[in-house]
Write a protein that binds this ligand. Structure first.
Ligand SMILES: Cc1ncc(COP(=O)(O)OP(=O)(O)O)c(N)n1
Ligand SMILES: Cc1ncsc1CCOP(=O)(O)O
Ligand SMILES: [Mg+2]
Length: 218
């Protein structure tokens, strides 16, 4: 039987938009987020990373503005990596990878919040499940230009392999996903797609988000 929390998490994953100030082609991230929400994104992750990333008070200020937009639109606000920021803002959740603060430590202190963990192997996934993860981020599914230190491209096979192994935790595919490839990611067994550039740098953010929603609802 699938529990209620798992069902609720799955409902949040279809179009998981991730972004920080450096992903918006010089546009105001608040405008980009508002347009993406108008297009139907289901979850948002604040990921302020890279050479030109904001730090300190400026980073907190941007996070607060984006969180407010999410709250006004009932979209849960997830923080990437930065556990202190997630606590300071009382965010809805946090996403961590294998090189970040251990999921088990986060779960201890952040008991009711959404906890996402990146995994590249079955062992990492099983550990994340033991640690209390709510969902797994698997990728990069396709080549990506949004993460310099990304692992090797895994293809949609990684999702099939995890499902065939019996992993039932909600899964989101990430890395190089477009509206055209989103359906393949879902067909492989994912509950949603996590997307940076295809949405954030689109010339029509709202329409692109809509295309993702259509592709993941088929
Ligand atoms: C939904 C989702 N999946 C995977 C990642 C990647 O996390 P990580 O491996 O920690 O890399 P960074 O994003 O921190 O560079 C993610 N952020 N979100
Ligand atoms: C954060 C992250 N983790 C694996 S690939 C990736 C980048 C995804 O960005 P894009 O959707 O632009 O390829
Ligand atoms: Mg990380």
């Amino acid at each position: 039987m699938v529990d209620k929390r798992t069902e609720q998490i799955k409902e949040l994953l279809p179009v998981y938009f991730i972004m920080g100030s450096s992903n918006c082609n010089g546009r105001n991230p608040v405008d980009v987020l508002e347009e993406a929400i108008a297009g139907g994104i289901t979850l948002f992750q604040f990921r302020e990373k890279g050479e030109s990333a904001l730090t300190g008070k400026e980073k907190v200020r941007l996070a607060e503005r984006l969180q407010k937009v999410c709250q006004e639109n009932h979209i849960p606000f997830i923080v990437n990596d930065d556990f202190e920021l997630a606590i300071e803002l009382d965010a809805d959740g946090i996403h961590v990878g294998q090189d970040d603060l251990a999921a088990v430590i986060i779960r201890e202190k952040f008991s009711n919040k959404i906890l996402g963990v990146s995994a590249h192997t079955i062992e990492e996934a099983e550990q994340a499940i033991k640690d209390g993860a709510d969902y797994l981020g698997l990728g990069p599914i396709y080549p990506t230009r949004s993460k310099d230190d990304a692992e090797e491209v895994a293809g949609t096979e990684i999702i099939k392999r995890f499902r065939d192994h019996g992993i039932t935790l909600p899964i989101v595919g990430i890395g190089g996903i477009s509206p055209e490839s989103a359906e393949q990611v879902i067909q492989a067994g994912a509950d949603g797609v996590a997307v940076i550039s295809s949405i954030a740098s689109s010339s029509d953010v709202e329409e692109t988000a809509k295309s993702f929603l259509r592709a993941t609802s088929k």
